[in-house]
Structure formats: C-alpha cells, structure tokens
Design a protein around this ligand. Structure first.
Ligand SMILES: Cc1cc2nc3c(=O)[nH]c(=O)nc-3n(C[C@H](O)[C@H](O)[C@H](O)COP(=O)(O)OP(=O)(O)OC[C@H]3O[C@@H](n4cnc5c(N)ncnc54)[C@H](O)[C@@H]3O)c2cc1C
Length: 472
C-alpha cells in the first residue's frame, strides 16, 4: 500500500476548515465533505433584497488566537477590525449612554475605572462588583474537587453568593455572560462562565478587546476558506451529505447516496446532534453523551431604515429587549439609510415569537433607544433564527464534551462542542480543528509540529508520508 495518507473531514464549519488545512499542510490527501452548498457552517450570510445579512453577529476577542490565526491563513485579517482598547457602550432607555472602557493599567486594574464609573448600578453595587471580579480572578479551578463543583453550579448562583443582586447580574454580568455563553448567568455553568470572564477580561489587560467582521461572514470566512483549502490541495465536495461512516478494509469509509469514499482517518466536524446519529453504529453508547449537550438558540433581528437613526457602531442594552445592537451599514455596503442588527443570545422566548410579534417588539425597543427611528421608514425587516446555535452551556455540560480522539483509531471528532475548555465559539471551533488534526496525524504517524493554538499555526511535515502499515 503506497501513497499519501487519506483523510476525510466531514463538515465545513470553522472546525472542519481548520482541521482540513492542518492535515493538508502536513502532506495528507484531504477531502472535505460539506452538506450545504457553502462553507462556514454556523457562521454564514444570506441574501435579502440585494444585501448580504449575517445569520448572527459574530464577534471575537483579542485572546481568540486560534481563530485570528485562521483568519490570517484565509487572507481575511484585513476583513475584520479589532478594538485598540475594550469599549462597550451600554444603552438604557431614558439614561445617558454609559461606556465600559478599559484603561492602560495592568489586569485586573484595567477595569477598575470602568466599574467605578458604571452608572447603571448604584455605588455600593459597583464596589461589590470590583470585589467579585477580584474573587473571580482568584478562583482556582485547578483542583478536581473545585472543578467538579464549578461544573455543577451556575454562574448566577455563585454571583449571588458573592452578594451580587439580580439587578447587578442583569445590568453588568449578563452583558458578558449572554453573548459568550449563550445563556444568562442564572442558567450558565460556573466553570465555563469563570473561564470566559477570567480569560477574556481578568487575566490580561488587552484579552477582551473586541473584534468585528467588517464584511459579511461569507466574504470573511466561507469564500476565502474555499479558496485557501483548494490552494492547499484539499478536495472540497459541497452539497455532499455524509450518511454513514463504517469500517472498511482496514480503514474507514464515508458513504452518501450510493457513493463511497475510503480513508485512513476521518474527522467528524459536524454539530453534536448530527455526530451522535452519524457515529451511533461505530461508537455505540458513547454517542449518547453528545446528544445530552442540548442546544441554546440565537435570534437576530435585522432592520434597514431609510435614514441614519443612531451614531453608535455597536452597543449593549440594559432594561430593554435589545441585548446588543450593531450598525452593519458599512459591512454590507449600504449607501443610503442605516442597517441595525439586534443580536439576542439565549433567545428561548424570542424563538417562540412570530415575525409580527418580533417586529412590533423590536421596532419599538429601537425607537425607545434611538428616537430618530420613530420617524424613519423601515425599508427591510428580517429575522434569522438559529434554534441550535450552540450547545447549552449549563452545569454538567463539561462532562458530556468528548476529546478529539474517539475509542476507534482513525476516527476523530472536531467542533466547538468538543472538549476544548472554551464555550461554543469561533475560537473553540478553531482550537478543536487543530486538536483533531493533531490526533489524526499522530495516529497516521505523520510527523508534524503540533499547533500551539496561537500565532501562526504551522504543521510542518518532517517525515515520510507513505503509509507505515495497515490500520487495524
Ligand atoms: C447566530 C449565531 C451567532 C454566533 N455568535 C458568535 C459570536 O459572536 N462569537 C463566537 O465566537 N461564536 C459565535 N457563534 C458560535 C460559532 O458560530 C460556532 O461555535 C462555530 O461557528 C461552530 O463551528 P463548528 O465548525 O464547530 O460547527 P459548524 O459551524 O456547525 O459546522 C458544522 C458543519 O457540518 C456540516 N454538516 C452537518 N452534517 C453534515 C453531514 N452529514 N455531512 C456533511 N456535512 C455536514 C454543517 O452543514 C456545517 O457546515 C454564533 C453562532 C450562531 C449560530
């Protein structure tokens, strides 16, 4: 048996794209299968009245080093912007705009001024929040016992135990918890919540600077990924649904609709519910855990006005149904008017509302925040709903997240839902892709430099890529 080792990647989201690039760069013969006619997975754009709207407003942080390295690899660094200093404008009906802005002091002092001046909670709540942030920064999740109890507790109950009031949780802590965990603090796991707050805000002063996609996601991710994969020698098969994966002739085989593809290794980079059904025959009861991860929805409301109604580029909202609002006019090349996108995480209630109800609720809420919107004509109103945007980051979820390597040699998992330590994010997906490629290349005994999930990711081939023996 001669020739390059064959790797099939199932799923063309950020995880699959990253894994395929790593394997191809290490010299494997890679085929990527994607059921949809485009790449990008959960981060995509759709066309409405000549505009490319994103299914959801995707932001990232400076500390998302694996995702930023992927953007670099795709040639997309110039299609995103990154704040030079964390700044979150916070809108509240009937109040002046507040801005949570870090200073240049080292962490955790970089947030002290922002918290001390934050007007949407009272003075004693601000002092308490500073103490809570200090305790959070010092929260060690290294011992097994602490980790286990943090996995079983909610971020909300821990915050309450520190004396944080429901008001402070809603007006301060949920500004971070909701968009990063896709759940409010009262439902989110303490271990994931503490990870996000520590990694993104408390450990280094610039980690939480926010990155935005300055063009539609399809132009930043989907199309550049297709180009980069093809340039790397990956065969990309779009509109190809993997229906079965089975052991065949000492290797693995992926089947769809009468076609069969053989491989030495398969990376399954599909959402967890899909992975559970796809791998049931091969992995048996191990897959039951994947399905237990559940899901959490995100809804986005898109409004194009006939005129500019606001000067903000993005802002959070408190005491309003608007969680986050983004001005996407420039990103979609709108020449006249203004396009505002409202992002709603953990949007269980909004998933139940029909288009008319959402229209009534959000046009009113936007008009309350931006009075000019009252007289503006709405040129376009659209809603995008993702019922399973992420797994549900509830207590206990960490235990259900599998590592990349499965019990079957050559069969590897990737995806933001796998055990990356990160919540379901672009960064988690990119990291999982690297982990999956590392596992596959190690199994195939392809010598390569393991990625460090940061900076420029190299997978340099130093050995012979011909097969070293039949797979068991
Ligand atoms: C609305 C929304 C907003 C979000 N906002 C943010 C944000 O602001 N910041 C952030 O970091 N993250 C955000 N996320 C989360 C982030 O988008 C995901 O965590 C990440 O994109 C997941 O990537 P993935 O590759 O793991 O999975 P996916 O992107 O789900 O990719 C899996 C791919 O597998 C394909 N597939 C499934 N079954 C098959 C099959 N049988 N055969 C072939 N292909 C198959 C799917 O079509 C899909 O393309 C958001 C998600 C959503 C939905």
């Amino acid at each position: 048996m001669n020739g390059r080792r064959r790797v099939i990647v199932v799923g063309g989201g950020v995880a699959g794209i990253t894994a395929a690039l790593d394997c191809a760069q290490a010299g494997a013969q890679v085929t990527l299968l994607e059921v949809r006619p485009r790449l990008g997975g959960a981060a995509y754009s759709f066309e409405r009245e000549g505009l490319l709207l994103d299914n959801g407003q995707h932001v990232f942080l400076r500390c998302c080093t694996a995702y930023r390295a992927l953007l670099e690899r795709l040639g997309s660094s110039g299609r995103v912007s990154l704040q030079s200093r964390l700044e979150i404008p916070v809108l509240r009906p009937g109040h002046r705009l507040a801005v949570l802005r870090r200073n240049r002091l080292p962490a955790p002092l970089h947030l002290a001024g922002a918290l001390a001046r934050y007007p949407h909670i009272d003075r004693s709540a601000r002092l308490r929040a500073m103490l809570t942030a200090r305790r959070l920064a010092g929260l060690e999740l290294s011992s097994a016992i602490e980790l286990e109890s943090a996995n079983e507790e909610t971020l909300g109950s821990w915050l309450s135990a520190q004396g944080e009031s429901p008001e402070s949780i809603a007006r301060l802590w949920d500004l971070i918890a909701l968009p990063t965990l896709n759940l409010p603090a009262e439902r989110a796991s303490l271990s994931l919540g503490a990870f996000v707050l520590k990694t993104g805000l408390l450990q280094s002063k610039d980690a939480g600077d926010i990155g935005f996609h300055a063009q539609p996601l399809s132009e930043v991710l989907g199309r550049p990924a297709l180009r980069a994969l093809r340039e790397a020698g990956v065969e990309v098969r779009l509109s190809w649904r993997a229906e079965h994966i089975l052991r065949e002739g000492g290797g693995l085989q992926v089947r769809s609709n009468g076609f069969a593809l053989d491989a030495d290794a398969v990376i399954v980079a599909v959402p967890h519910a899909r992975a559970a059904t796809l791998l049931e025959d091969l992995l048996g009861s191990a897959c039951e855990d994947y399905a237990r991860l559940g899901s959490s929805p995100i809804v986005n409301v898109h409004v194009v006005y006939d005129r500019r109604v606001s000067d903000i580029e993005f802002a959070a909202g408190v005491d309003t149904p608007v969680q986050y609002v983004f001005d996407r006019s420039a990103a979609v090349g709108l020449r006249e008017g203004q396009y505002l996108a409202v992002s709603l995480s953990g949007a269980y209630a909004e998933m139940e509302m029909n288009g008319e109800e959402l229209r009534e609720r959000y046009l009113e809420a936007l008009a309350e925040l931006f009075p000019l919107a009252r007289d503006a004509e709405v040129r376009l109103f659209a809603v995008s709903r993702e019922h399973a945007a992420t797994f549900a980051a509830v207590p206990g979820s960490s235990a259900a997240r599998p590592l990349a390597q499965t019990a079957l040699e050559g069969l590897v998992l990737a995806g933001a839902w796998t055990d990356t330590g990160w919540p379901a994010t672009l960064e988690g997906a990119a990291r999982s892709g690297h982990a999956a490629a590392d596992a596959v290349l190690a199994t195939l005994r392809v010598e390569h430099e393991r990625s460090e999930f940061g900076g420029e990711v190299q997978a340099t081939v130093t050995g012979d890529l011909s097969p070293v023996g039949d797979a068991p």
